[in-house]
Ligand binder design. Structure first.
Ligand SMILES: Nc1nc2c(ncn2[C@@H]2O[C@H](COP(=O)(O)OP(=O)(O)OP(=O)(O)O)[C@@H](O)[C@H]2O)c(=O)[nH]1
Length: 951
C-alpha cells in the first residue's frame, strides 16, 4: 500500500532535479513533517508571535517556579519537626538490656554491670577490628562502653565522676564542659545512665514522635531551632526530585512510545510498561540524589553544639564526606543497596494502591466511598509496614562514617545515642536491631554451686527466642504514621461521602460522578439536560445505519467485547460563533447513548481569544480539565497546543469510541485537520474522521459577508467549504423556503458534504460519527454519487430523521440564491479513459494546490500572471492509475488546503467497481473558469476533450 503526504515545497530553492519545468524549485518532500512545519510555521509574523509567546511563557514559568519553590519550602518547614523527631527515633540505639530490669538487688546490679562491661569489651574489639580492616580510625569512640577500665576501676571511676558532677551541678556550663569530656574515658553501662551521658546528647527518647519533638525543643544544646536541621537540604532534594523524576519518566515514555505520565496509572489498561518507566525514573533520580538524603540525615542527627558539631551545612557536609570517606561514600558502600530498595519499593507500593483498589477490589471512590477509604487505609498500612523498616535501616547506615583508610575522620557526635559498632550492611542491621533492640529481656536470679562448694547467686538475662527477638526496633515512629493514616481515612471517607451527593453546582441528576482535575483550575462542565439515570431511555433516533463504516451496525452499536481495539476517530466540530457547536456537544455528552465519547472543548484554533473569554471564562485563563460524565463520556478543555493533551487522552484508549474536537468559532479548520490527518500516518492512536460544520441558518449570510483585509477567505466560508458534514442549525429561526435556499447555496459551495437540518443541534449521532471522510472507504461513496446529487437529511421533530436524496419524492433542486459566498465553488472532473497517469495528475494537482493558479502549458509561467488566485480548500477523488501491477487498482486522493494524500483504495466488492478512470472533486475559490480548469487538466494528463469533462 502506498501512502504519502505531500506538502508545498519551501519557496525559492532551485533544484536541478525538479520534475516540473514550470516549477524549477520543486523538490519532493522527503520529510513530510519537516516540510509541513516549515510551511506552517515559517512566516515571520508567526515567528515573532511565537517568540513573544515564548517570552511570556518563560516569564510566567519563572514566576510559577519561584512561587512553587516558596510554597514547597514552607510546606517542608511545617513537616520538618516531625521528620526530625522521626529520624532521631529511628537512629537511636536502645539495647534490650538497658534500663530497668525488674531486679534491683545489689547482686543483680553487679552482675548487670559485669555483663555490660564484658559486652562492651567484646564490642570494642569487634569495632577496632572493623576499622583496622578498613584502615581508618574508630569514629565514635565516645559512648557508653569504652572499656579501658576493669570492673573495679569502673566503680571507682564512676563514683568519682558522680561526685565531681554533683558538686558542679549548680553550674550548667561547668556541667556541660565536664560531661563533654566524659565520653572518652567513661564506661557507660547504660544509655539511661544520666551521669555518664555527654551533655550534648539527649536522654533516650521514650515515646513517639511528639515526645521526640518536645525533647529536642527542651534540650539545652538543641532547642527548638534544631527541629529544622537539614531543612534546606531537604528542600533541595524535593525540588530537584520534583523536576527530574517526571522529566525522566516522560522521556522514557517517549522513548518506548508509551503514554506519558500525566494521567494516573489507574486509568490505563496496560499498566506494566508505565509502572516500569515510573519505577525506573524514581530509582535513577533517587540514586542520583541520594547523597542529599545522606546529608540530610547526618545534619539532623548530629549535635547542634557548635563545639562538637562536625558539619556546618549541606555543602560542608558533602565536601567533608568526600575528603574523609571518599566520593563513593556518597552513593555506594553500605548505603547502595538500601537506597536501591527504598527508591524501587516506595514508588511501586504508593502507585500500586489505587491500582489494587481498582483492579483487585474493584472499588471506586464514587460508588463505595467508605469501602474505598477502608481499602486505602489497609493498603497504606501495609505499605507503611514495608517502608518503615527500610527507612530505619537506611538512616542508621547513612550516619555511619565509612572511613576510606587515607585520612582520619573527625568524630561524629549524635544528638541521641547511636550504635557504636557499625553495621556491616542491611541484613546485619536488620538482624542487630531485632536481636539487640527489638524485644524485652527479663532478668532472673540463678543459684549455682561454686568450686569451693559455696552457693553463688547470679542475675542472668533470660532470653528465650520468642522474647529476645522482636521487630519493635524497626518500627519506631509507627504510631505517628498510623495516626495520620487514620486521619486520612476519616477525612477521605467523609469527603467521598459528601462528594457523592453535594459537591456539584449542577442539579443532582446532572452531577458527574467523578471529576479528575489535572490542575487546580476551573472545571468546565456541560450545562444542559441529562437523563443519565434512565437505563431505558430510547435511542436518540431510529437505528437506521447511515454510517459508512461497520463500527455502527444496523442493530445498534457494537459491544466493547465485539469491537476490536482500533485507532480512535477524531471528528472536528467547527462552525461560526453561536452556530450551536456547544449545544451539539452538550447534547451528545448528556444524552443517554451507548457511545463513549471524549469531547475536547474550546481552545483549539483560537485565533482571537474571543471564545476563550466566552467559553472558558474566569478571566480568560486557559484550563485543562477532565470531567467524566455518567454516560461514560469525557469532557475536557485543552490549550491550543493541545495535541499532546489529546495524546494524553489516548491513555484512555479502549475506554473511548470517539473523540469530538470543538474548534473556536474563528478557527480555520484546515490546519487543525492537517495535524490529525498527518498524525494518523505517523502512527498516532487517533485518526482524522472528518470535519463537521454547524451553520447558523439565520446569521450565516451576514457572517459570509465579512471581508478580510488581506483578501483571504473568511473563516465561515472555509468552514463550510471544508466540511464533510454540514449541519444547518437553528432552522426554527428561518422559514422553510429560507432553509431550502440556504441548503442549495451550501450545496453550491460544497458539493460533496452531506447536509442535515436541525434545531438545537439535535442530530443523529451517526451523522457526526464514523464519517471516514479521510478513509479509503470513501472511494465507494464517491462512486455511488455519480449523479452528483448528494443525500440530505433533516430532523423535523426531535427523534425523527428524514433523509433527502434521490427517490425521496421531494423537490430539493433549489438554485443557489447568490447570497452566499459565490467565489467558493465545487467542480468535479470525471475521467472516461480506462486509466490515467498518476504522476502527471500529481504534477498538475501540486500546481493547483501549491502555486495557487490554474496552469496553461501553452503559455508557461505567463499563465500564472493571467490567472486569478486559486485557493483549493478540499480535494477528494478516486482514480485508476495507469501502469499499476494490479489490474483495476484504484487510488484515493484527499486534500485539505495545501496538503494532499494519495492512498491505495480499499477494494469494495461488486458495486464498488469504477467503470472509468475516476473522478476528482475540488472545492475552493477561483474555480469559476471551468473551461480553463478542464483544459489545463487535459494538457497535463495528455487527454482529449472526451476523456476528461468537468461539472
Ligand atoms: N433558537 C435556537 N437557538 C439555538 C439553536 N441552537 C443553539 N441555540 C442557541 O444559540 C446560542 C449559541 O449556541 P452555542 O451552542 O453556544 O453555539 P457555539 O457555536 O458553541 O458558540 P460559540 O461557543 O460562541 O462558538 C445558545 O444560546 C443556544 O442555546 C437552535 O437551533 N435554535
Amino acid at each position: 500500500m502506498t501512502s504519502h503526504y505531500n506538502f508545498p515545497p519551501p519557496g525559492g530553492a532551485p533544484n536541478a532535479n525538479s520534475p516540473n519545468p514550470l516549477r524549477p524549485y520543486y523538490t519532493s518532500s522527503d520529510s513530510p513533517l519537516q516540510s509541513y512545519y516549515y510551511n506552517t510555521l515559517s512566516s515571520s509574523s508567526l515567528e515573532e508571535e511565537l517568540a513573544a509567546q515564548n517570552e511570556i511563557n518563560s516569564q510566567a514559568a519563572a514566576k510559577e517556579l519561584a512561587s512553587y519553590g516558596l510554597v514547597k519550602y514552607m510546606t517542608l518547614a511545617i513537616a520538618a519537626p516531625f521528620e526530625a523527631g522521626q529520624t532521631l527515633l529511628q537512629v537511636q540505639y536502645l539495647p534490650n538490656d538497658d534500663g530497668f530490669n525488674g531486679d534491683d538487688s545489689d547482686l543483680a546490679e553487679k552482675t548487670r554491670r559485669d555483663e555490660a562491661i564484658q559486652r562492651a569489651r567484646i564490642e570494642e574489639e569487634a569495632e577496632r577490628d572493623y576499622y583496622n580492616r578498613t584502615g581508618g580510625v574508630a569514629p565514635n569512640a565516645g559512648g557508653y562502653y569504652v572499656s579501658q577500665y576493669s570492673t573495679s576501676q569502673y566503680s571507682s571511676h564512676h563514683e568519682a565522676h558522680s561526685t565531681s558532677l554533683s558538686t558542679n551541678s549548680n553550674s550548667v556550663k561547668n556541667r556541660l564542659d565536664a560531661k563533654d569530656t566524659l565520653d572518652e574515658h567513661t564506661i557507660r553501662e547504660s544509655v539511661y545512665d544520666e551521669e555518664s551521658r555527654p551533655a550534648y546528647q539527649m536522654a533516650p527518647i521514650e515515646g513517639g514522635v511528639w515526645k521526640a519533638i518536645t525533647d529536642i525543643a527542651k534540650h539545652p544544646t538543641e532547642g527548638w531551632l534544631s527541629l529544622w536541621k537539614g531543612q534546606y537540604t531537604n528542600w533541595m532534594y524535593e525540588m530537584l526530585h520534583l523536576f527530574a523524576q517526571p522529566t525522566l519518566e516522560a522521556t522514557l515514555n517517549d522513548t518506548f512510545d508509551l503514554y506519558d505520565d500525566t494521567i494516573p496509572l489507574v486509568h490505563l489498561d496496560h499498566v506494566g510498561p508505565n509502572i516500569a518507566t515510573m519505577v525506573t525514573s524514581h530509582l535513577v533520580v533517587g540514586l542520583i540524589l541520594s547523597p542529599l538524603e545522606l546529608v540530610r540525615t547526618r545534619l539532623v542527627v548530629q549535635t547542634a553544639n557548635p563545639l562538637q558539631r562536625k558539619y556546618s551545612g549541606m555543602v560542608n557536609c558533602i565536601t567533608t564526606i568526600i575528603s574523609e570517606e571518599g566520593v563513593s561514600a556518597l552513593w555506594g558502600g553500605v548505603n547502595l543497596f538500601p537506597t536501591i530498595l527504598y527508591h524501587t519499593l516506595t514508588p511501586l507500593l504508593a502507585n500500586s494502591i489505587p491500582l489494587i483498589i481498582d483492579r483487585v477490589f474493584k472499588l471506586t471512590a464514587a460508588d463505595s466511598p467508605f469501602l474505598y477509604s477502608l481499602a486505602e487505609l489497609g493498603l497504606n498500612t501495609i505499605e507503611l509496614l514495608i517502608r518503615l523498616p527500610i527507612e530505619t535501616i537506611r538512616k542508621r547506615l547513612q550516619i555511619q562514617i565509612q572511613t576510606n583508610g587515607s585520612s582520619s575522620a573527625k568524630k561524629y557526635r549524635t544528638v541521641v545515642e547511636t550504635r557504636k559498632r557499625p553495621y556491616y550492611g542491611m541484613v546485619d542491621c536488620v538482624y542487630r536491631i531485632i536481636k539487640e533492640e527489638g524485644g524485652h529481656h527479663k532478668r532472673t536470679s540463678r543459684t549455682t554451686k561454686g568450686p569451693d562448694g559455696s552457693i553463688i547467686t547470679t542475675s542472668v538475662a533470660q532470653r528465650p527466642w520468642y522474647s529476645a527477638w522482636g521487630v519493635r526496633g524497626l518500627y519506631t515512629g509507627l504510631g505517628m504514621h498510623l495516626t495520620s493514616n487514620m486521619a486520612l481515612f476519616a477525612v477521605g471517607a467523609v469527603t467521598n461521602l459528601q462528594d457523592e451527593g453535594d459537591d456539584c453546582a449542577l442539579p443532582d441528576d446532572e452531577c458527574p460522578p467523578m471529576a479528575v482535575p489535572l490542575q487546580d483550575t476551573q472545571l468546565v462542565t456541560p450545562s444542559d439536560n441529562s437523563d443519565d439515570d434512565d437505563e431505558d431511555m430510547p435511542d436518540l433516533v431510529d437505528t437506521i445505519s447511515t454510517s459508512p463504516s461497520d463500527r455502527v451496525s444496523a442493530e445498534g452499536i457494537a459491544s466493547d467485547e465485539e469491537r476490536p481495539v482500533k485507532k480512535i476517530p477524531i471528528t472536528i466540530i467547527t462552525g461560526f460563533l453561536g452556530s450551536g457547536k456547544s449545544t451539539l456537544l452538550d447534547y451528545i455528552l448528556t444524552e443517554k447513548h451507548d457511545f463513549k465519547v471524549a469531547v475536547i472543548l474550546n481552545e483549539f484554533g483560537d485565533t482571537g481569544g474571543i471564545d476563550q473569554a466566552m467559553n472558558v471564562g474566569m478571566g480568560g485563563e486557559v484550563v485543562e480539565e477532565w470531567l467524566e460524565l455518567k454516560n461514560g463520556c469525557l469532557c475536557c478543555t485543552v490549550k491550543d497546543n493541545g495535541v499532546v493533551a489529546i495524546e494524553n487522552l489516548m491513555k484512555k484508549k479502549g475506554k473511548f469510541d470517539y473523540i469530538l474536537l470543538e474548534t473556536t468559532g474563528l478557527a480555520d479548520p484546515g490546519p487543525i485537520a492537517s495535524i490529525f490527518w498527518m498524525d494518523d500516518d505517523i502512527g498516532s492512536d487517533i485518526y482524522l474522521d472528518g470535519i463537521v460544520t454547524l451553520v447558523d441558518s439565520r446569521n450565516v449570510r451576514k457572517e459570509l459577508d465579512v471581508k478580510k483585509d488581506d483578501g483571504s477567505l473568511n473563516e465561515t466560508a472555509k468552514q463550510i467549504a471544508m466540511a464533510d458534514r454540514l449541519i444547518l442549525n437553528k432552522t426554527d429561526l428561518v422559514t422553510k423556503e429560507e432553509a431550502d435556499q440556504l441548503e442549495a447555496d451550501c450545496r453550491a459551495m460544497n458539493g460533496v458534504a452531506e447536509i442535515v437540518r436541525t434545531q438545537h443541534s439535535r442530530v443523529d449521532l451517526r451523522f457526526v460519527l464514523d464519517i471516514a471522510a479521510f478513509d479509503a472507504v470513501r472511494a465507494k461513496e464517491l462512486e455511488q454519487n455519480d449523479s452528483g446529487q448528494k443525500s440530505t437529511a433533516s430532523i423535523g421533530s426531535e427523534d425523527e430523521i428524514h433523509v433527502h436524496g434521490e427517490g425521496c419524492g421531494h423537490d430539493h433542486e433549489e438554485q443557489p440564491s447568490g447570497h452566499l459566498d459565490q467565489s467558493i465553488k465545487t467542480v468535479t472532473i470525471t475521467f472516461s479513459t480506462p486509466t490515467i497517469n498518476q504522476k502527471l495528475f500529481e504534477r498538475w494537482l501540486q500546481t493547483l494546490l501549491w502555486e495557487h493558479y490554474i496552469p496553461d502549458l501553452t503559455l508557461g509561467d505567463v499563465s500564472a500572471a493571467e490567472s486569478s488566485r486559486l485557493d483549493i480548500l478540499r480535494v477528494k477523488g478516486i482514480i485508476k492509475p495507469s501502469g499499476s501491477s494490479t489490474p483495476g487498482a484504484k487510488v484515493v486522493i484527499q486534500g485539505v488546503q495545501e496538503l494532499y494524500d494519495i492512498k491505495d483504495a480499499v477494494s469494495q466488492s461488486g458495486q464498488d467497481e469504477l467503470l472509468n478512470a475516476g473522478r476528482v472533486v475540488f472545492i475552493g475559490r477561483g474555480l469559476d473558469n471551468k473551461n480553463r480548469m478542464i483544459e489545463s487538466c487535459r494538457q497535463y494528463l495528455e487527454l482529449s476533450e472526451n476523456e476528461a469533462t468537468i461539472q
